[in-house]
Design a protein around this ligand. Structure first.
Ligand code: PHE
Length: 456
């Protein structure tokens, strides 16, 4: 009965398709289109892709299934779910809750960049955007990135406050397929350009010389980020899921969707780096914003295609930032027992405090000289959440499920109402052994590598 009321409140996840689309709406975002390609380019192309895919079908599958099952079993969101399952692990819910608080502000900064590029294309200034130095000049400006950040944050906040989420979801159900078609179209165009084949090779053929411990760490952090894992979001989503929906096949669907879009985005951007002059040096977070305008500028009809593309990326980003902000607002609301409006105001204040330094920390921005362990502020937030906190939360979650709660408890939940869970052996082995061992090793090696003690 309790479950039913919740479902009615939310009104959405009435069946598998509703659940899969809602989870995919959170999962597919800037992580797939902006972050995945630049990491692939930075961490050795094919080898990064291979490691990512291996992690996705093992760790990603097991962790996403585990989180959804914890949510469905308890009918609660992260903090209370862990508390209910075992009081000693309630800290895990709180630890996981810190992560979206760190991600949301800088997510809105990058979302702002996407809005800026949509506007630039809409005003017919594609050639300016394609010129060398345009992006650096923009992110180094003391005012512009803040303005766009505030706009993106404002749109997210309005949706969260007034709950026009339904409308956004409906629109994004139309937009997402169009985005897939566009990403495919642009990749085909890029692949036909001279020089692109070198890039395809770099992207698809693993070169084991490029392999480092940090490659796995980066791939693992990206996996968590992209699939919205290790921060309690999927627990909340699971709590709204009906018992008769098959969790295993839902997870497969979400994974194929999420990984497919990331793969195609890489296929669009990485070869373009090889085919376009003047972008060899463009690595890191700016990759998409530097490479794509140059591609569109050479393409017939590029001005229109570029505008539609950035507008679609904006939609993918806004659905993700809404799910991030919803999560943070509900954490603040529950933790401090406050009303929704006040919680929203507090979350906005946090976003401003963390987002403004993020917006100013790039290129030659005023805060670009301010470094924390070698990272600018935005990059530091990204590193701290994805490469440090998420692996730690994932590790403790696996230990908790593997040895305290026991995988059987979740497998039973998956098999409720006659559903099947074919990969239960894989699930158990990954949660109990593979994931904990891998995460500890990856963290240890990466720390050694970062400290210069280990050179591979
Ligand atoms: N998964 C989203 C993306 O790939 C980012 C995100 C993380 C959204 C966590 C919500 C929660 O862009």
């Amino acid at each position: 009965m309790k479950n039913k009321t919740k479902l009615e409140n939310r009104g959405t996840f009435t069946g598998k398709i509703g659940f899969v689309l809602a989870a995919a709406g959170s999962a597919v975002g800037l992580g797939n289109i902006w972050r995945f390609p630049y990491l692939a380019a930075e961490y050795g192309g094919g080898i990064f892709l291979l490691v990512y895919l291996l992690l996705a079908v093992t760790l990603g599958f097991a962790l996403m299934a585990a989180e959804i099952l914890i949510g469905r079993k308890t009918g609660l969101s992260a903090v209370s779910a862990f508390k209910k399952l075992d009081g000693r692990f309630s800290f895990l819910g709180s630890l996981a809750s810190i992560i979206p608080v760190i991600i949301l502000p800088y997510y809105c900064v990058i979302g702002g960049w996407v809005m800026k590029y949509s506007a630039t294309f809409a005003f017919g200034e594609m050639n300016a955007a394609a010129a060398d130095g345009y992006f650096t000049e923009f992110i180094s400006n003391p005012i512009q990135p803040i303005g766009w950040f505030l706009l993106f944050l404002g749109v997210t906040a309005v949706v969260v406050l007034f709950g026009v989420e339904k409308g956004v979801e409906r629109v994004s159900k139309i937009m997402m397929p169009i985005l897939v078609v566009m990403v495919l179209g642009v990749s085909v165009y890029v692949l036909c350009q001279p020089g692109a084949i070198e890039g395809v090779k770099y992207y698809l053929v693993p070169d084991f010389n490029n392999f480092k411990a940090t490659t796995i760490l980066a791939a693992m952090g990206q996996l968590f980020y992209s699939m919205s894992l290790a921060m309690g979001i999927m627990i909340t989503y699971g709590s709204y899921m009906k018992k008769d929906v098959n969790v295993e096949s839902s997870v497969h669907n979400i994974e194929i969707f999420d990984t497919g879009i990331a793969f195609l985005a890489g296929l669009m951007i990485v070869p373009a780096v090889f085919a376009t002059q003047g972008v060899e040096m463009a690595k890191g977070p700016g990759l998409m914003f530097i490479v794509l305008p140059k591609v569109f500028a050479k393409m017939p009809g590029g001005a229109v295609i570029g505008f539609i593309f950035f507008a679609l990326v904006f939609f993918a980003a806004i659905t993700s930032s809404i799910s991030l902000m919803e999560t943070v607002v509900s954490i603040v609301k529950d933790k401090f027992k406050l009303g929704r409006k006040l919680s929203c105001a507090i979350v906005l204040a946090i976003c401003l405090i963390l987002g403004i330094p993020s917006a100013l920390s790039n290129g030659e921005g005023i805060l670009s000289g301010f470094k924390i362990i070698g990272f600018g502020f935005l990059d530091f937030c990204d590193f701290a959440s994805n490469s440090v906190l998420m692996p730690i939360v994932a590790l403790i979650t696996c230990i908790f499920i593997g040895y305290v709660l026991k995988p059987k408890a979740l497998i039973e939940e998956a098999e409720a109402e006659g559903n099947t869970f074919k990969a239960k052996r894989l699930f158990t082995v990954v949660i109990k052994y593979v994931a904990p061992i891998c995460i500890v090793l990856i963290l240890a090696f990466s720390i050694l590598e970062a400290c210069g003690i280990l050179t591979v």
